[in-house]
Design a protein around this ligand. Structure first.
Ligand code: 4AD
Ligand code: MG
Length: 501
């Protein structure tokens, strides 16, 4: 069957030709016998011009009645026009209304985030979401390409499990025909079994964490990519993680220029994502946190925020002054900007209130504690690219981690922290390969021995040094897009207090 309509991002091949398009009305303008219809088809945006005198009555009616998000069938000729989004425009010869939209709830004015999350099924149609989802898609493709090119086998771990991986406090429990079971927190333990069978594998699946944390970094359901490699030590693992991130970011910068532009993402910090990433041990990271340099960074941050606050304040005063005389369309713009300013002000004020607490808490950070999100943020401010922190206190890490042969208090874990304050995007390390040690760990962590027998078998039958890590897909997309909150990086976010739509 012949292709019946073209997509907007492929219009270049049809310059000068008449084409059929299908899509939805993004917005509409009327001026001097012309309708300017902005058509959205998922692949991009396109201006379609309907001239009253050039089309039949049904087309004129369709243009007149088309409302925001009405579905349209457009026929017209493709004209190159560098000033237009996408570089083309279509002069319409025929327009049909496929499905009318009455009172689409998401209008060009600004909406609060809860309003939008409640309408996530519609919000996905907006330009900003278009950009984010396309970056997500690019990242997913890069992940597969990277591992497939290196001979890794993609294998899936089960979602329904009988055991905990990352501690028992964040498990969602379910009833499995009368037997207690859990949603997977990680595919790692199964990944280890698959690596012993296939050498190098990676899982790519949904994972669940029942943490009640309402932060900008936490989802309760997210997608994790977990490579696991037999005969890899910690250094080989870190090198792989480094190559992996460099590749993902390079591809996104190369292929998602339009998307990152829509998001207002400065790509300079992404271009700096090059090897080698600075490496610190946990102990070095703690020293850095407690240093004067960190206190200086916080003081500078405080000044920046106060300056930003002042600038916003004067912008708001200016808007108030001009509001009375402004035209209706200008008023709408001002209202939207006002909502943005208020939201940003609230963020600034919260951070300003936090800075003294924060300064105090990093100064008095004790060796042995786990880094919180704000500690990670501070560490990343010292560097212009991702950093790798390794050699953590064993007490804050999972039961399966190998101990440092030179210091039994240390686990051979590693985290990759993304710059610009984003923090952990990768967590992993070298796994313990010694049977007796793991038996003691299962016991010490209060884990049910029965459910771990199969895992212990991996140490009974040809145990080898091995390593792996987990990349959080949404954390990575959030950083590449430089979003304030992780919730927009997944089509339908699951958060504490949000299960719908
Ligand atoms: O550091 P985590 O908990 O490590 C593991 O699960 C290991 N079993 C991985 C492995 O070695 N195979 O999680 C790995 C990554 C984090 O670095 C983060 O990017 C992401 O998963 N992540 C989350 N993303 C969104 N919301 C949450 N609640 C997340 N928790 C972890
Ligand atoms: Mg972690």
């Amino acid at each position: 069957m012949a292709v019946e309509f073209v997509s907007i991002d492929a219009l270049g091949a049809s310059e000068g030709l008449e084409v059929d398009l299908r899509g939805w009305l993004y917005n509409k303008r009327r001026s001097k016998g012309l309708y300017f219809l902005m058509l959205r088809d998922g692949s991009g945006l396109l201006q379609c011009v309907v001239e009253d005198s050039q089309v039949d009555e049904e087309s004129r009616q369709a243009a007149h009645h088309a409302t925001q998000e009405s579905a349209l069938a457009v026929t017209g000729s493709v004209v190159r026009d560098a000033r237009q989004v996408g570089g083309f425009e279509v002069r319409v010869t025929r327009l049909r209304l496929v499905g009318k939209a009455d009172d689409y709830p998401i209008t060009p004015k600004a909406h609060g985030v809860d309003f939008l999350l409640d309408r996530r099924h519609l919000w996905l149609r907006s330009r900003r979401q278009w950009a984010i989802m396309r970056v997500r898609n690019r990242v997913i493709m890069s992940i597969h390409e990277f591992f497939q090119e290196r001979g890794f086998l993609q294998m899936d771990a089960p979602v329904l499990t009988e055991n905990a991986v990352e501690g028992t406090s964040t498990l969602f429990s379910i009833d499995y025909f009368g037997q207690p079971a859990f949603l997977a927190q990680s595919g790692q333990l199964y990944g280890e079994a698959m690596a012993m069978a296939f050498g190098k594998i990676y899982t790519f699946g949904p994972t669940f964490r029942a943490e009640k944390s309402k932060t900008r970094r936490h989802l309760t359901e997210f997608w994790m990519i977990e490579p696991e490699m037999a005969f890899f030590d910690l250094d080989m693992n870190m090198e792989l993680a480094e190559d992996f991130l460099v590749r993902i970011v390079r591809d996104a910068v190369r292929d998602c220029a339009d998307e990152l532009h829509v998001l207002g993402r400065d790509v300079e910090p992404l271009i700096r994502v090059q090897k080698p990433f600075p490496r610190l041990t946990y102990t070095e990271a703690v020293d850095l946190l407690r240093s004067d340099e960190t206190a200086d960074l916080l003081a500078r941050r405080q000044e920046e925020l106060m300056q930003e606050r002042e600038d916003l304040e004067s912008e708001r005063t200016k808007i108030k002054k001009q509001y009375g005389q402004a035209k209706a369309w200008k008023k709408r713009k001002m209202d939207a900007r006002d909502i943005e300013i208020n939201a940003r002000m609230a963020e600034i004020d919260e951070e300003l209130r936090n800075i003294p607490v924060w300064t105090e808490s990093v100064r008095s950070f004790q060796w042995g504690g786990d880094f919180g999100g704000s500690d990670e943020t501070l560490l990343t401010w010292h560097f212009d690219r991702p950093i790798i922190v390794s050699h953590f206190p064993a007490d804050v890490k999972a039961f399966y981690m190998k101990r440092d042969p030179e210091d039994d208090r240390i686990a051979l874990g590693m985290d990759v922290l993304a710059p610009e304050g984003f923090g952990e995007v990768i967590g992993g390390g070298e796994r313990a390969s010694n049977l007796a040690f793991l038996e003691r760990q299962v016991e010490a962590h209060g884990l049910p021995r029965d459910a771990f027998e199969w895992y212990l078998d991996l140490r009974r039958y040809g145990s080898v040094p091995h390593s792996g890590f987990g990349l959080g897909l949404e954390r990575t997309v959030s950083w590449i897009c430089r979003l304030n909150h992780i919730r927009e990086t997944i089509p339908f976010p699951r958060l504490v207090g949000r299960l719908s739509p």
